[in-house]
Design a protein around this ligand. Structure first.
Ligand code: C2O
Length: 346
């Protein structure tokens, strides 16, 4: 049909869904969201301090201790509390495996492999960050970003993920530091030495961010439409890789779907997920600026698409994509990092 409507979840029926390999999964909240009042998103207080997201490989001990305490608190919360760590992870499962239907259709709502990818994940980590800050009583708390595009130390799993509440036992052992990441990993070990892999990565970034991303759809992904025939399945450059590639690369080879990081339903159970997506989110901003915002999407069908999340006050909030396009209004910023790949023109 040609009657285009914004995408949104039908909260009245969260149901069982399927993993990437078509195995049944269940990630719905214990109390249905449809029984709660949903309010429209409001911008945070503009006079609150800006939260500065910093590269994960450059964090100091104090910050790491603070962040660790936040995750420990989240893990200890009961599962009927939406701030509980597993509940947070399940938001990803819900929207990525299709546990909600789209509003007004019988089609499943899935936010990957299309232009819903960047805004959905921006929203998800925005609330996660604010909940963490609230739990540790720090309104400057900001998620770190895993700076895997930075050859100066960023292309490894940051060391602190091997300790305390940052541990995920389901990571591929051979990919732990000092193994350099293959940001274009496609299930086969490339077998390059550290220097060569880093050079490969830098050149690959140039392609994904610049030479291969000169049109809106190439970078953002295809325009998914509401309803069954609107499924588009065309991920943008960055979503495909490094995004998907690193999910697969971090997850454990011996697990059926390379859980945790390698599968949509389980990915956000690994704390590194949030730093991975923080970098993705940063690169979305870098790409927009590189193109002077001329390639930004202004289709109202996209702008008015919305999803719901619990905020730090346990309030269920409806957030439209148009609400999250100015990160300064969202109260956070990225500490800049040298985007070395910008100069990697072949
Ligand atoms: Cu929704 Cu990194 O995936």
């Amino acid at each position: 049909g040609h009657h285009h409507v914004p995408l949104s979840p039908n909260l009245t029926a969260c149901h069982r869904s399927l993993s990437d390999a078509d195995r049944p999964v269940y990630c719905c909240p214990p109390k249905p969201a449809s029984e709660e009042t949903v309010i429209d998103f409001q911008f945070p207080d503009p006079s609150a301090p800006l939260r500065i997201r910093r590269p994960a490989h450059k964090l100091d001990k104090e910050f790491i201790a603070k962040y660790q305490r936040g995750i420990a608190i989240m893990r200890a919360l009961p599962t009927d509390d939406p701030r509980n760590f597993m509940r947070q992870a399940n938001i990803h499962c819900i929207y990525c495996t299709g546990a909600y239907n789209q509003m007004h259709t019988n089609s499943l709502l899935k936010i990957h492999r299309s232009r819903m990818f960047f805004p959905f994940h921006r929203m998800m980590i925005y609330f996660h960050e604010r909940i963490l800050g609230n739990l540790i009583g720090d309104d400057t708390f900001a998620l770190p970003y895993w700076n895997w595009d930075n050859p100066e130390g960023g292309m490894f799993i940051p060391d602190f993920y091997l300790n305390g509440s940052f541990v995920d036992t389901q990571r591929e052992k051979t990919h732990l530091p000092p193994q350099v990441a293959d940001i274009d990993f496609d299930y086969v070990e490339r077998g390059l030495g550290t220097e060569d892999q880093i050079e490969y990565n830098v050149n690959f970034m140039y392609h994904q961010m610049i030479s291969g991303a000169k049109k809106t759809e190439l970078f953002m992904g295809c325009p998914i439409r509401s309803g069954e025939d609107g499924f588009c399945d065309g991920p943008g450059t960055i979503e495909l890789a490094p995004h998907n590639a690193l999910h697969t690369w971090v997850g454990n080879t011996v697990n059926p779907e390379r859980e945790n990081m390698g599968a949509f339903y389980s990915a956000a159970r690994d704390p590194i997920f949030y730093a991975h997506h923080s970098n993705i989110d940063r690169l979305w901003e870098v790409w927009r600026e590189l193109n002077d915002h001329k390639l930004d999407i202004n289709d109202p069908e996209w702008l008015d698409s919305h999803f719901v999340f619990h905020d730090e006050k346990l309030q269920l909030v409806r957030v439209r994509i148009r609400d999250v396009l100015d990160i300064s209004k969202l109260g956070y910023a990225y500490e800049s990092s040298d985007n070395v790949w910008m100069n990697a023109r072949p």
